[in-house]
Design a protein around this ligand. Structure first.
Ligand code: GRF
Length: 200
C-alpha cells in the first residue's frame, strides 16, 4: 500500500507527535514536522527519530497569509497529503485551510462543540461538567468547529484540578489521535455534511 505523506504541525512539547511516532502506523509516512516555534521540544523528538523538520517563525512575516504562503511553498514539493495539527498554536487563515480542505485535522482537549478555544480543561472545570474529553476533527474556517472524527470521554472528579484533568485528557489524546490518522490514511471514513462516518 502507498503510504500517505503526513506533515505534523507543532509549537510545543509534542507529546501527541510522540504518540503518533510510537504508534508506527503502517499506512503513513511522517514526511515533515513543522514548527513556528524554533524552541519547540517537539522538534527534538522528530530529530531523535530522523524525521525532517522545518521551522518558519511567524514573527518574521507581516501577515498570516504571507506566513502560510511560505509554509505551502515547502509542503508542495514534499507531496504532503494530510496536515496533522498537534499543539500548533497559530490560528490558520482560509488560505491554508482551503488548500487542505478535508485534509487537515486538529486535536482539541474538550468534547466539542463544548469549550472551544484556549484553556479548554479550565473552562470545563469552571462550567462544572462531570465529563469532558478530547476531540479529533477536520479543520474548517472556524475555530475548533470542523466535522468531528473521534472523541473520547474523561470524567471530571471532585478532586480534579486543571493539571490532573489535563493529564487524563492527554492519555486519551495519545490513544485517539493515532487511531484517527490510521482511519483516514486507510481510507476508512467519509464525510457527509457535518458527519464523519465509517465506511462499511
Ligand atoms: C493537546 O492538549 C491538544 O489537545 C492541544 O494542544 C495540546 C498539545 O500537546 N491542541 P502536545 O504538544 O502534543 O504535548
Amino acid at each position: 500500500m502507498k503510504k500517505m505523506r503526513v506533515a505534523v504541525f507543532v509549537s510545543g512539547s509534542g507529546s501527541n507527535l510522540q504518540a503518533i511516532i510510537d504508534a508506527s502506523i503502517p499506512s503513513i509516512e511522517i514526511a515533515l514536522v513543522f514548527s513556528n516555534n524554533p524552541d519547540a521540544y517537539a522538534l527534538k523528538r522528530a530529530e531523535n527519530h530522523g524525521i525532517p523538520t522545518l521551522v518558519i517563525n511567524h514573527r518574521d512575516f507581516k501577515s498570516r497569509e504571507e506566513f502560510e504562503t511560505e509554509i505551502l511553498k515547502h509542503l508542495e514539493p514534499l507531496g504532503i497529503e494530510l496536515i496533522v495539527l498537534a499543539g500548533f498554536m497559530r490560528i490558520l487563515s482560509p488560505l491554508l485551510v482551503r488548500e487542505y480542505n478535508n485534509r487537515m485535522i486538529n486535536l482539541h482537549p474538550a468534547l466539542l462543540p463544548s469549550f472551544p478555544g484556549i484553556n479548554a480543561a479550565r473552562q470545563a472545570i469552571e462550567a462544572g461538567v462531570k465529563f469532558t474529553g478530547c476531540t479529533v476533527h477536520f479543520v474548517d474556517e472556524g475555530v475548533d468547529s470542523g466535522p468531528i472524527i473521534l472523541q473520547a470521554v474523561v470524567p471530571v472528579l471532585d478532586e480534579d484540578d486543571e493539571d490532573s484533568l489535563l493529564q487524563k485528557i492527554h492519555e486519551e489524546e495519545h490513544r485517539i489521535y493515532p487511531e484517527a490518522i490510521r482511519l483516514i490514511s486507510e481510507g476508512k471514513i467519509r464525510i457527509e455534511g457535518r458527519r464523519v462516518l465509517r465506511k462499511p
